[in-house]
Design a protein around this ligand. Structure first.
Ligand SMILES: [Zn+2]
Length: 200
């Protein structure tokens, strides 16, 4: 596995590249599970055909914040048609759509590598949420990890990654909300099975 692309300290890792499944961790800096689980999996599966961004938000991870260093919730910064200017709170979507370097990097990766499915790892809701044509894969993931499938998270998410990639670009996009009360070591087994399942 090698670094295929990088901006600042955000890395895209993979072997094959184009038209693979893209797995993304730590869009929110206070949800560190994704980086741990991806790095553990890569260590055990260096020949994996999947594409990985272990940590999209390194500044938020270092600071322990949901947002990036500019105070922007990256999951509200995507140029979906429902992006809106909001108050500067923890869900602030930025000054304009795709204003943030992290958002721009992920958009450029998707435009170049054209993933056939995208899985993002979040916490803490214990649900498999999906956007776009991803219900069947969401159900397979739900069976492995034992969380319910829900098409909508239950609150408005203007400028979310799922709306931009899944609904508007039509790429099957799954948001796996992990159980943050579960020790992350105990998530290795089910999440590895999910990555294995997505490898075929
Ligand atoms: Zn999140």
């Amino acid at each position: 596995m090698r670094c295929l692309s990088r901006v600042k300290n955000i890395e895209l890792l993979g072997n094959e590249g184009h038209n693979s499944v893209l797995v993304i961790g730590v869009i929110h800096g206070d949800e560190p599970q994704g980086k741990f689980l991806i790095e553990d999996y890569i260590g055990a599966h260096p020949e994996s055909p999947l594409l990985f961004i272990p940590c999209l938000n390194p500044d938020g991870l270092a600071a322990g914040t949901r947002t990036n260093a500019n105070g922007v919730d990256l999951n509200r910064n995507f140029p979906a048609s429902n992006w809106e200017r909001t108050e500067k709170n923890e869900f602030w979507g930025g000054e304009s759509p795709a204003s943030e370097v992290e958002t721009q990097f992920l958009i450029s990766v998707i435009e170049e590598y054209k993933p056939k499915l995208i899985l993002t790892l979040h916490a803490p809701f214990k649900v498999v949420n999906y956007d776009g044509p991803a219900r069947e894969t969401a159900e397979k993931i739900a069976q492995i990890i034992g969380y319910p499938v829900e098409e909508h998270i239950g609150y408005p998410t203007p400028g979310s990654f799922g709306t931009w990639a899944g609904v508007e670009k039509g790429i099957p996009t799954i948001t796996l909300e992990l159980d943050e009360t579960c020790p992350v070591e105990n998530l290795i087994e089910p999440v590895s099975k999910i990555f294995d399942m997505l490898s075929f």
